[in-house]
Write a protein that binds this ligand. Structure first.
Ligand code: 1CP
Length: 401
C-alpha cells in the first residue's frame, strides 16, 4: 500500500490536532485526562439546532456547507467536548450519486423503493461510485469551513487536550497552537445495505439478511458497491480536514459472527482501504520524521459477539455499545486496543447521583484499555437536557484525569 501524505495545511500535518487528547487516545496514549464526545451530540437535543433547522429538510441541511458546519460546531462550543463529529448522515453519499432517498422526521432514511433482489442491485450498481467525487463539493466545503472555525476558536477557551509545550509539529505556527479535532464518519456497507434492501428503517433488517443467503452474488455486488461509495465519502472528509474517521456499522449486531465474517467484514475492510493509506508526518525533537496513519474507529450496536472481528478488519479503536462493560470488551478485543464508549444513553435522564456513579463506573472500567475515549453506548436521545451533557463532560474531565 503506497502512502498518501496529507497536505501541510491539514490539522494533523500542521501539528494542530495530532497531540490532542482524542488523537492520542486513538493511538493508545493517555493524556492529562480522558477525552469525551457524544454520538449524535449535534442534533435535536440542542435548542440552537432546532432553531436553525426550522424550514430546512435534513438532507438539505447536510448539503448546505454553512449550515452543516454551524451545526457541527454547536455542541463543541456548548459542551467543550474533545471532538466535533461532522454533521451529515450515512445516506448522504447515496443522495449525492442520485439515489432517491429522503430522511423523514422521526423515522430516518426512506428510499423510493427497496433494493432486495438481483434486479434491484443491478439497477443500483449501474451507478458508478466514482461519481461521488465530482459531487462531493458541499462535503469538502463544509469540512473545510468547520476545521477553519475549530482552528480559530480552540486557543480561546475550547478544550484542546494540550498537555505540554511539545507540539510534535512539522510547521507549528505560533498563532494557532492547537485545535479541536473533527471526526469524519461513514456508514459501513452492511448498515447501508440494511436500509437499501428494506427501502427504509427496520427492526431486524430481514431483507438484507435474506438477500445475503438467497443470492450471495447479488449480495456481494451490493456490498462491493456500498464499500466503494462509503469509502470515498470517508476519504473526502479526511482529505478536507477531518483528523479521525469512524465507521458506523450500527446494525451489524443483527448478524451472527459467521455471517459477519463471511458476508460483511471483507466489504467493511474495503471501505476502510479508502482511508488506510492517508498519513501525516511529525518531527520529533531530534528532527527525525515519523509517519503516522489517520486513526480509524469502528462502532456498532449490540455487537458484543463481534467485537474481536470488528477490530480484526484493521481499525485502531473499537467503539463499544452500552451492553458490554469496557473491561469485558477489553478482554474480547485484546489489551492493546483503545476503546470508545459506553455510558447507557438512558442514564442521561436519571437523577444526577445515579448518572454520576455510572459515568465513574465507565471511567473505571475503561482503565482496562490502554486508552479510553468516553462516549455514550449509542446516540444522544433527542429529549436529553443539554445541560446534563455539559455536566457529564466536566465530570469526565475532572474524574478521568
Ligand atoms: O432532523 C433531524 O434531526 C433528523 C435526525 C438525524 C440526525 C441529527 C438523522 C436522521 N441523522 C442525523 C445526523 C447524523 N447521522 C449524524 C450527525 C453527527 C452527530 O453524531 O452529532 C451521524 C453520525 C449520523 C449517522 C447515522 N445515520 C447512523 C449511524 C449512527 C447511529 O446512530 O447508529 C445511522 C444508523 C443513521 C441513519 C439515520 N439517520 C437519521 C435517523 C433517525 C437514523 C436512524 C434510523 C433508524 O433507526 O434506522
Amino acid at each position: 500500500m503506497s502512502r498518501v501524505i496529507l497536505s501541510p495545511q491539514h490539522p494533523l500535518s500542521a501539528g494542530l490536532t495530532g497531540d490532542s487528547r482524542l488523537v492520542r487516545a486513538y493511538r493508545g496514549e493517555r493524556s492529562d485526562t480522558t477525552p469525551v464526545w457524544f454520538m449524535r451530540q449535534a442534533g435535536r437535543s440542542l435548542p440552537e439546532y432546532r432553531d436553525l433547522r426550522v424550514g430546512t429538510r435534513m438532507l438539505d441541511a447536510c448539503l448546505d456547507p454553512g449550515m452543516a458546519s454551524e451545526i457541527t460546531l454547536q455542541p463543541v462550543r456548548r459542551h467543550k467536548v474533545d471532538a466535533g463529529i461532522f454533521f451529515s448522515d450515512i445516506v448522504v453519499p447515496l443522495k449525492l450519486v442520485g439515489v432517491d432517498v429522503e430522511i423523514q422526521p422521526g423515522r430516518g432514511p426512506v428510499f423510493s423503493k427497496g433494493y432486495a433482489d438481483a434486479a434491484g442491485v443491478a439497477e443500483l450498481t449501474s451507478i458508478d461510485p466514482a461519481r461521488l467525487d465530482a459531487a462531493s463539493g458541499p462535503i469538502t466545503e463544509a469540512v473545510q469551513r468547520t476545521v477553519a472555525e475549530l482552528n480559530v476558536t480552540a486557543p480561546s477557551g475550547i478544550s484542546t487536550g494540550s498537555t505540554s509545550s511539545a507540539t510534535g509539529s512539522t510547521s507549528g505556527s505560533a498563532a494557532s497552537t492547537r485545535s479541536t479535532p473533527l471526526i469524519g464518519f461513514a456508514g459501513a456497507p452492511f448498515t447501508l445495505a440494511a436500509y437499501l434492501a428494506e427501502g427504509g428503517p427496520s427492526k431486524d433488517h430481514l431483507a438484507a439478511r435474506t438477500l445475503m443467503h438467497a443470492d450471495p452474488g447479488a449480495w456481494s455486488a451490493l456490498m462491493e458497491w456500498t464499500a466503494e461509495l462509503t469509502g470515498r465519502f470517508l476519504r473526502t472528509q479526511v482529505l478536507a480536514g477531518a483528523s479521525a474517521a469512524q465507521l458506523f456499522d450500527s446494525w451489524a449486531g443483527a448478524l451472527s459472527l459467521a455471517d459477519y465474517e463471511t458476508h460483511v467484514a471483507p466489504a467493511s475492510a474495503k471501505a476502510l482501504a479508502h482511508v488506510h493509506d492517508l498519513s501525516y508526518e511529525v518531527a520529533d525533537a531530534s528532527g527525525t520524521t515519523e509517519t503516522r496513519p489517520v486513526p480509524v474507529v469502528h462502532f456498532g450496536v449490540g455487537t458484543g459477539e463481534l467485537l474481536g472481528a470488528m477490530h480484526g478488519i484493521g481499525v485502531d479503536t473499537v467503539g463499544v455499545d452500552y451492553r458490554v462493560p469496557l473491561d469485558v470488551a477489553a478482554h474480547r478485543v485484546g489489551a492493546d486496543v483503545p476503546l470508545q464508549g459506553n455510558l447507557d444513553p438512558a442514564l442521561l435522564a436519571a437523577p444526577w447521583p445515579v448518572l454520576e456513579a455510572a459515568v465513574r463506573d465507565v471511567l473505571a472500567r475503561g482503565k482496562a484499555a490502554p486508552a479510553h475515549v468516553f462516549n455514550l453506548g449509542h446516540g444522544v436521545p433527542p429529549e436529553t437536557d443539554p445541560t446534563v451533557l455539559t455536566r457529564v463532560v466536566e465530570l469526565v474531565h475532572e474524574a478521568g484525569a
